[in-house]
Design a protein. Structure first.
Length: 438
């Protein structure tokens, strides 16, 4: 038997060991032998090697053609995000409308000067706004600090104004409340302090007839302490000087002489400062016309009528130039006009001739007081350069002849003519080089 079995075994074809099946020693179940396992792994390795060769031959790596496409599930496209709305640009700020030009405010009247601790009121360069015609309303102690510009000398102006039942009293040193002797002015005599003492009637009344201006009489006292002296003491053809270059000699007996030089005419070169003033031989500072001080100079910019700036020798007030014409502030107009044509002979007086001395023309040009005539109704003012407003009569500063006043409506107080009357009649004179009046 054994031999038969062996023979049978020997008769089977011999298989390599890896193809032989084995039985699990405990379970009795056949299981792949080691050979089959090795063959399976060999196949896998060969397949992988083959795939690798294919990949290298095509440039390395796998390609889409080597790998079957996997079916893809179509996906809905993601919705594009809605673009965020761009912020609306902020509107450019509208340019602010240009404000309409505001009208220039009317200048307010300057406040009245405040008194110093000692009761003295500083009126340096002050503007006077009160319009009362009663001098008692201006009582007080006043002072000013000013300079003689061309000499560079300081002065203190002093004014003491008191009142009694019927009169006011001005005690002054006749120094103004503004700088003086400026510009091209060359005063022949240096200005000096004086001892002025003037009485003003509180309640003046108009006389039946006007009183003419005269030499030797101070025409007015201003609230700033300086005085007005309008007339020159020189007339054409009167005196011992060369014709047309008269200096003195035309006194009170010649008060009607039409050819009395007008100190305010630019043809006469009186050597005044910017306030139309200069000095007397004794050093008294005085005005020949518009003082250009104490009031608003330009009536177009004034908010009200000018106030009182002083009192005339007859007691009536002197106002600045601005008046209220039915709500319109304007300058008062003189009623004097220049005559026309050639100067006519006047009986008893020698007629000026052009080219003689300093005579500029034979026509009426304002070089002499007689070149003007009063023409009622041509201006606002009467023959004395005054008028009544709200029942108050007064004289007015004008920018034309007769400048401040040309006669007196009331009676002149003696205090305005008591001081050195005769010397004052000859203080205005001309130099041989031209007109220099004092």
């Amino acid at each position: 038997m054994r031999r038969r079995l062996l023979t049978r075994t020997q008769q089977r074809p011999s298989l390599p060991f890896w193809r032989r099946r084995h039985v699990h020693p405990q379970l009795g179940l056949p299981h792949p032998n080691a050979g089959e396992c090795i063959m399976n792994w060999a196949r896998i390795v060969g397949y992988c090697f083959f795939i690798t060769l294919l990949g290298c031959g095509s440039g390395g790596g796998s390609s889409d053609s080597d790998t079957p496409e996997q079916p893809t599930t179509p996906t809905e496209p993601e919705p594009e995000p809605e673009p965020e709305p761009e912020p609306e640009p902020e509107p450019e700020p509208e340019p602010e409308p240009e404000p309409e030009p505001e009208p220039e405010p009317e200048p307010e009247p300057e406040p009245e000067p405040e008194p110093e601790p000692d009761g003295t009121i500083d009126i340096t360069n002050a503007t006077f706004n009160q319009r009362s015609g009663d001098c008692a309303d201006y009582v007080g102690e006043f002072r000013s600090a000013v300079t003689d510009v061309n000499r560079n000398v300081a002065f203190t102006g002093q004014v003491t104004l008191t009142s009694a039942a019927s009169e006011c009293r001005f005690v002054v040193n006749e120094i103004p409340n503004h700088d003086f002797h400026d510009g091209d002015a060359q005063f022949a005599t240096a200005v000096s302090e004086q001892n002025g003492d003037y009485q003003v009637t509180r309640n003046p009344s108009q006389a039946n007839a006007a009183t003419a201006l005269n030499l030797g009489v101070t025409n007015a006292i201003f609230l700033n302490g300086a005085t007005v002296d309008l007339l020159a003491a020189a007339c054409y053809g009167v005196g011992n000087e060369a014709l047309g270059r008269e200096k003195i000699g035309c006194g009170g007996d010649q008060i009607d002489n039409p050819w009395r030089y007008d100190p305010m005419s630019p043809l006469n070169g009186f050597g005044t400062d910017s306030h139309n003033a200069h000095s007397q031989p004794d050093g008294t500072y005085h005005y020949h016309g518009d003082p250009r001080a104490m009031y608003v100079l330009d009536c177009n910019s004034a908010s009200s009528a000018s106030g009182v700036i002083g009192f005339a020798a007859d007691g009536f007030p002197v106002f600045g130039p601005c008046i209220n014409d039915n709500g319109n502030i304007r300058a008062a107009r003189s009623s004097y006009v220049l005559k026309t044509g050639q100067r006519q002979d006047v009986n008893g007086y020698q007629t000026p001739v052009a080219g003689v001395g300093s005579i500029a023309s034979s026509s009426y040009d304002g070089q002499f007081r007689g070149d003007y005539q009063y023409q009622a109704g041509s201006g606002d003012l009467d023959e004395c350069n005054g008028m009544s407003v709200d029942g108050q009569y007064g004289y007015y500063v004008t920018n034309a002849f007769p400048w401040i006043l040309n006669c007196y409506k009331g009676a002149v107080h003696s205090s305005f003519s008591a001081r050195n009357a005769q010397p004052r009649a000859t203080r205005h004179h001309h130099s041989s080089d031209g007109h220099q009046h004092y």
